[in-house]
Design a protein around this ligand. Structure first.
Ligand SMILES: Cc1cc2nc3c(=O)[nH]c(=O)nc-3n(C[C@H](O)[C@H](O)[C@H](O)COP(=O)(O)OP(=O)(O)OC[C@H]3O[C@@H](n4cnc5c(N)ncnc54)[C@H](O)[C@@H]3O)c2cc1C
Length: 400
């Protein structure tokens, strides 16, 4: 976890006081002080950091600090740490059926995405932690299950770092329609987001909608004093928030917290939540399972467990030389269950999210090396290249 400074420009003095008090309380309650204290910025201090932002009528600002982490690095580290503790991890495999005996869950049927084969796995406890796809899994358990989630899509646009130099991020707490807008320095680029679009259906590869791209571009230009065009976008990507349905219509008003429950057949469902609370979600789920007497075990205290690897700064840029690339692909295959071009260019390295065109150009070489490392044919590599390049087109905005 690293500290990330955020600057909120303000146009009225009362807003500086209002946000300042809120941030000070948050600093005290959240223990965020370790990242740095909240300070008020004069107009000239704001201008020094973000001259174009200051020119949009700001009278000053506030600077606060928060934690920033590498999601891919943490996910890989958690996977490795759990494997070290004895977990059996399976990649590219989906639960396609819930098996029961007299109405009680006895395990799942899983399908291998590559071979197409199905396997039955026995289990005393099955936890549905499928995030935004959780309702679909519930329907395998109970075809009459009514949706409990309201998935919401958020998009990010990635630009070259020069569009907003400096180490601090800018946050606009309220755009015209009440949403948050931010621009954060990210792996040498600038990440601008986000939207909060309610979705009726979710797919594994959510696509940024044209009006979402327009919204972020328009608001970034208006509030940050930039002149960004679609052709400046290096990559656009969408993510899904697994929000729990509530009484509010706007997904931005729905709670980001989580809950754990059990179906009549014994399926444990953990819904909602976010990265920040992943450990609490896991603790609550295990405590729930013990309380319901589904499994008897002594709770592990993981507060001081070492996660195998920290952030992976060398994962930003794919190595350039063929030998270096071959070695990186080999390591990813041997140590990190990397199987496809997408695995490598999006989820072991971040090329697809940083520069989609560059990722498209690297795909054939990566596919050949993956085929070599896994003993697959040239046809497999060609098919992988085509599949990835088609997927990566979705990360490039339409420019005309
Ligand atoms: C724009 C945006 C900004 C965000 N910002 C933050 C932030 O600042 N801080 C924060 O903490 N959180 C943030 N979040 C939220 C956070 O990213 C998500 O809440 C989190 O990624 C959800 O994790 P998850 O594991 O529940 O779901 P996912 O990451 O979607 O994982 C679900 C997994 O279940 C698998 N799956 C689905 N169906 C099956 C099946 N049948 N069998 C087996 N596996 C299956 C999928 O393949 C997937 O791997 C943000 C989200 C978005 C969209």
């Amino acid at each position: 976890m690293q500290s990330q400074g955020f600057v909120i420009p303000v146009k009225q003095r009362w807003r500086q006081v209002y946000y300042g008090l809120g941030l000070l309380c948050y600093d005290l309650l959240s223990g965020r002080r370790k990242w740095g204290r909240t300070t008020a910025l004069t107009r000239s201090e704001l201008r020094e950091k973000f001259p174009k932002v200051a020119d949009q009528g700001a009278i000053g600002g506030l600077r606060y600090s928060d934690g920033k982490f590498d999601d891919v690095g943490l996910a890989l580290s958690l996977a490795k740490a759990s494997a070290e503790k004895g977990a059996v991890l399976v990649n590219h495999c989906s639960a396609v059926g819930i098996n029961k005996n007299e109405g009680t869950i006895t395990g799942v049927t899983v399908k291998d995405h590559f071979s197409g084969e199905s396997h039955d796995i026995e289990a005393r406890v099955v936890i549905n932690a499928c995030g935004p796809f959780g309702d679909a899994l519930c329907r395998l358990d109970n075809p009459h299950h009514e949706n409990r989630l309201q998935p919401s899509q958020g998009i990010h646009l990635v630009f070259d770092g020069e569009v907003m130099p400096g180490e601090d991020a800018v946050l606009i707490p309220k755009t015209d329609d009440g949403r948050i807008l931010f621009a954060v320095p990210w792996m040498g680029k600038v990440l601008v987001g986000t939207t909060d679009t309610a979705l009726d259906e979710v797919t594994p590869e959510p696509l940024a909608q044209e009006d979402e791209i327009d919204f972020v571009l328009d608001h970034a230009n208006r509030h940050l004093g930039l002149q960004l065009k679609r052709s400046d976008i290096r990559s656009v990507f969408a993510g899904l928030r697994p929000l729990i349905k509530g009484r509010k219509d706007e997904t931005s008003d729905l709670s980001r917290s989580h809950n754990v429950s059990m179906s009549s057949s014994g399926l444990i469902n953990v819904r909602g939540g976010k990265w920040t609370t992943y450990r609490k979600m896991a603790e609550d789920t295990l405590a729930f399972i013990r309380r319901k007497k589904r499994l008897d075990f002594s709770p592990a205290d993981t507060r001081y467990s070492r996660i195998v690897e920290g952030p992976l700064p060398d994962r930003i840029h794919v190595p350039e030389g063929t030998d270096e690339l071959r070695s990186a692909v080999g390591k990813a295959v041997d140590e990190e269950m990397c199987a496809t071009v997408e695995d490598f260019l999006a989820r072991r390295f971040r090329t697809l999210f940083l520069d989609a065109k560059h990722a498209i150009s690297l795909a054939p070489q990566v596919a050949d090396l993956l085929a070599e490392a896994q003993g697959f044919s040239a046809e497999w590599a060609q098919q992988q290249t085509a599949t990835f390049q088609q997927l990566a087109q979705g990360y490039l905005p339409k420019t005309s």
